[in-house]
Design a protein around this ligand. Sequence first.
Ligand SMILES: Nc1nc2c(ncn2[C@@H]2O[C@H](COP(=O)(O)OP(=O)(O)OP(=O)(O)O)[C@@H](O)[C@H]2O)c(=O)[nH]1
Ligand code: SF4
Ligand SMILES: [Mg+2]
Length: 433
Amino acid sequence: MIRATSKGFRLHIGFFGRRNVGKSSLLNAVTQQKVSIVSEVAGTTTDPVEKPMELLPIGPVLFVDTAGVDDVGALGAQRIEKTRLAIGRSDIGVLVTEAGVWGEFEEQLLTELRGRGIPVLVALNKADLQMPQMEHLIRFDREQIPYARLVATTGEGVDEFRAKLWEIAPADSVEPRALLRDLVGTGETAVLVMPIDKEAPKGRIKQLQTQAIRELLDGEANCVVVKDAGLLNVLNNMKTPPSIVVTDAQVFDKVARVTPESIPLTAFSILLSRMKGDLEAQTMAAVAVERLKAGDKVLVAESCTHHPVEEDIGRVKIPRWLRQYVGGDLEFTTVKGRDFPEDLSTYKLVIHCGACMWNRQEMMSRIRECARQGVPITNYGLVIAYALGILERALEPFPEALAAYKQARRQDLGLARESEGAELSEDAMSLVN
Ligand SMILES: Nc1nc2c(ncn2[C@@H]2O[C@H](COP(=O)(O)OP(=O)(O)OP(=O)(O)O)[C@@H](O)[C@H]2O)c(=O)[nH]1
Ligand code: SF4
Ligand SMILES: [Mg+2]
C-alpha cells in the first residue's frame, strides 16, 4: 500500500499503561478496526503496533499501541524498553488505566510524559466495571490533566476521547512547522537542486523534496527543480531571480559557486533542522567542531537504516574532513534507526542526519537528551556548510540562527583557527570531491 503521508509528517499518538488495561481495545475502538490483538491474557501486545490513519479534524496521525509498562521477566524488560522508545517519539501520550485504579506505574508514566513536554490524555477505561474515583478526578482537574471515561469494548466515550485528543494536540501538529513555505511568497519562485546520485531512491524523488514542492504549490509559489549540473543555465535564463535556492548538502559547494551572492541559498538539511529540530542549538553545535582534539569520540547518528553507499556522507566524507581539520585521528561511532547510546558523556560531538523520516518529537527528544548530558548535537548539512565556510550564507534566511552562529563563533575557543581559513576551505573540499 502506498501511504500518501510519510510517518515523519504524522502526529504520533502513543497508548501507554499497564498490561490488560485495554490499550489495544481502545486503539481498535478509536480506529474502528481490528488493528491490535486483544485478549484477557496480560502481556498480549509485545512489540509496538503502529496504525496510520486520517483522524479528523486533526489530519494524518500514527497510533502506536505498546506493551504494558509492568511487564515482567527478561523479555518483559526488553518490551518495556521498546515502550520507552515509543514514549520518546510521541506527540501525544494516552495514559490508559482502569477506572478507579491509579498507582505507581501510572504516576511514573505521567511524570515521564510530562517531563518530556508531551501532552497527556488519561483514558479511564473499563468504566463499565468500576467508577473513576472522585479523588483522582479532583486531582486531574486541579492539575489540568485532561481525562476521558471510556468503555473500549462498546465504544462508549470514544467520541469524547477523540475530541479531547484534538484539544490537546500541539499547535505545530495541527499547523505543521514550515519546511520552506514561509520563505517564498505568492507568485515567487524557489529553485530546488536535487542531484540524482547513487543515494537517490530509484524511480522517484525523496519524500522531503516532494514535501517542499507541495508546500510551494500550496502557497501559490513556483518551483523549478534542477540537477546541480543544470543550475547555472537555469539561473541565467530566469528573468526574475528566484527567492531562494535550496540544495542537497552533498553539492553545496558547487551550488554556492554558481549561485550569485544576491540570491539566498540554503540546504534541505538546514530546513530540516528548523522543521524537525532546533536550528539555533544545532547551528551552535556545528561550531563545536572547533573544540575537537585528536582522540575525541564523535557519534554519527542516522534515523533510518538506508543502505550506505560508497563515499557515504556520514561514514566517509564527514569523518575524513573532520580528521583532516583536527589534524589527528578521531574515534567515530555510527548508529542507525532507534539505536542511540544512553550514556553520551564520552562523546564530544553528535552529528545527526536530518531525520526526514521522523516526527519532530522524536528528533527533539534526542536534542533534549544531548542537552541534558551536555553534548552538542548538530546535523550533516550544518557541518558540511561550516566545513565549506558557507554556513553564514546558508543561515541568512534565518536571522535568529544566524545571530546564534555569530555568537558561537565569537565565543568559541576555536577562533584561533580562523586564521587558517584558506586551509579550512581546502580540507573541506575533500568533503565533496
Ligand atoms: N469490561 C471491559 N473490558 C474491557 C474493556 N476494555 C478492554 N477490556 C478487556 O480487557 C482485556 C484486555 O484488553 P486489551 O485491549 O488486550 O488490553 P491491553 O492493555 O492491550 O493488554 P496488553 O496488550 O496485555 O498489555 C480484554 O479481555 C478486553 O476485552 C472495557 O472497557 N470494559
Ligand atoms: S538517513 Fe536521515 S536524512 Fe537520510 S533519508 Fe534517513 S532519515 Fe532521512
Ligand atoms: Mg495490548
